[in-house]
Design a protein around this ligand. Structure first.
Ligand SMILES: *Cc1c(COP(=O)(O)O)cnc(C)c1O
Length: 382
């Protein structure tokens, strides 16, 4: 079974309530935080620099499995300089959000999908998997205790960052014996403040994100480390993000450093690169495919040849391109350029409608017809 199908199947399994699962991570103390302080933080600080009061933590040893699950005060880790993650990068992470509904209840989006993907990343990186109930329990415990950190301003949310690192203090090259699991949370404003401004993309023909058989399907820090220089060079050329081509032929569109891509045709057909083992299976990508199909679009997961795509944009056959991921949800692409081409696109209706359909579900403004939302805290605070 392909990983993506495994995630879809896992996402359908019934889960215990957040109150039950949160008991896996005991500890922590509720500390009231005025909503105005959270909105001030969002307005006046850089993304991902202010964290809530606690962090969920668990430790793994081969003899005991996962132990010491607890909600700890947020704070620095003490590490031996020989700790394996610092040398060989055995690290995986997830990116999720907690959303506040109009009635005050707090929800997260398809957590079992992310749990399954976290475990698939763990397997690829020769790290231990964590039971899905504990993964979701860590988010539940953290958000339930630090609930006041979930913003109530429109479009804002509490970004959740589950992660795992190799912790063995030994610089021999082999998988770490011990691991640490952590989950932290940071309030984030709407990705687009006010207008839905398009992003400019540099399609690199010099670098690849990953190659066949590499770690492209795992959400691991190393893939991001490799994307920093391409990103820096694109920024120097005046572009905001980088799009990668497949390493084998250098001809087909894959994805951005941290977002999947969709191409909208004039006839309403939508295409996205197929998951061929070098693309990260985005939960946003998967959900958008479902939503677009429900809205009557024909969606094709296929190969997208760059040269053909540029010609289709020039001829008007392709009318919109957008990127997607948990952080931005949907980001319209206004400019696509490489060493030999530059094309521009408008922010079109399919992009805007997709953004609205998905965020309306996530913020409780539209019915959750797919059963994607998981309640972390009820409207009554329970
Ligand atoms: C996280 C990530 C995405 C988006 O995944 P979502 O589940 O939609 O947030 C896409 N590409 C890469 C490389 C990523 O790391």
């Amino acid at each position: 079974m392909s990983p993506e199908i495994r995630f879809e199947e896992a996402a359908k399994l019934p889960l215990g309530s957040a109150a039950e699962l949160a008991e896996y991570f005991p500890g922590g103390e509720y500390r009231p935080k005025p909503a105005s302080e959270v909105s001030d933080l969002i307005a006046n600080s850089v993304f991902g620099t202010n964290f809530s009061n606690h962090m969920a933590s668990a430790e793994y040893e081969p003899e005991t499995g996962w132990t010491n699950q607890a909600l700890l005060p947020y704070g620095p880790l003490q590490m031996d300089p020989a700790t394996s993650v610092l040398h060989y990068g055995q690290e995986i992470f997830e990116g999720m959000k907690a959303y506040r509904f109009p009635d005050g209840s707090i929800w997260t989006f398809r957590p079992a999908y992310n749990a399954a993907r976290f475990n698939a990343s763990a397997e690829r990186m020769a790290m231990p998997t964590i039971p899905v109930e504990q993964f979701i329990g860590s988010l539940a415990a953290l958000v339930r205790t630090d609930r006041d950190w979930v913003p109530s301003m429109p479009g804002a949310s509490l970004y959740l960052r589950p992660m795992m690192i190799g912790t063995e203090a030994r610089i021999g090259v082999s998988p770490s014996r011990s691991y640490r699991y952590l989950c932290i949370a940071t309030p984030v404003g709407p990705y687009f403040s006010g207008d839905f401004s398009p992003v400019s993309i540099w399609v690199t023909q010099k670098y690849h994100r990953v190659g066949p058989g590499c770690t492209g399907t795992a959400k691991t820090g190393g893939n991001y480390a490799a994307s920093m220089l391409p990103q820096k060079e694109a920024a120097a050329l005046g572009y905001q993000q980088v799009c990668y081509l497949d390493a084998k032929t250098g001809k087909n569109l894959e994805e951005l450093g941290g977002m999947n891509v969709f191409v909208v045709h004039q006839d309403g057909r939508v295409r996205t690169p197929a998951l061929t083992g070098t693309i990260l299976a985005g939960g946003t990508r998967s959900s958008i495919i479902t939503l677009l199909e429900k809205q009557g679009h024909q969606v094709e997961e296929t190969q997208i040849n760059l040269e053909e795509l540029v010609a289709q944009i020039e001829s008007g056959e392709v009318v919109e391109i957008f990127a997607c991921g948990t952080a931005a949800v949907v980001a319209p692409i206004g400019k696509l350029a490489g060493t030999e081409f530059e094309v521009e696109l408008p922010v079109g209706p399919v992009t805007m409608q997709t953004y609205k359909s998905l965020t309306d579900i996530q913020f409780g403004l539209a019915p959750d017809t797919e059963g994607w939302m998981y309640q972390l805290v009820g409207a009554d605070g329970e």
